[in-house]
Design a protein around this ligand. Sequence first.
Ligand SMILES: [Zn+2]
Length: 146
Amino acid sequence: MERQDKGTYLLVLEVKEDQTIAIGRRPLTDFKKGTYLYVGRAKNGLQGRIRRHLSKKKKRYWHIDYFLQKAKVQEIWIKPDFFDECPTALKVKSLVKDSSSPLKKFGASDCNCASHLFYLPKGKGRLKSLRRTLSFEKVEIHGNQA
Ligand SMILES: [Zn+2]
């Protein structure tokens, strides 16, 4: 069966320097430099959603759009045809014990999660095992993020 262009995805993000960012109408929030994970879902158009995240020229709509003004996408993980983004967010939180959420309810306006964005201290070294544990596949990032 052909895989559908929809599912859950995870963005591995890098913030190069400590940043203070206004996420939509939320108060200014401090984001430490380092690695972040963002969990999202596309009910349809997963590829288009990913292209949108990689594109700098767009109207800012979601919390992640504001964060992506200052953060760079390092890796994209997908799980096609799965829509378990909230359980995935919970799992990230429990698997990465020292993770934190810089802003409450980031990307989680419509669900009961505390956040869909996690800061991972010493994040890079454990990404691969985390991705495997969560059963996500890594996709290639095409082109530069201009
Ligand atoms: Zn959620």
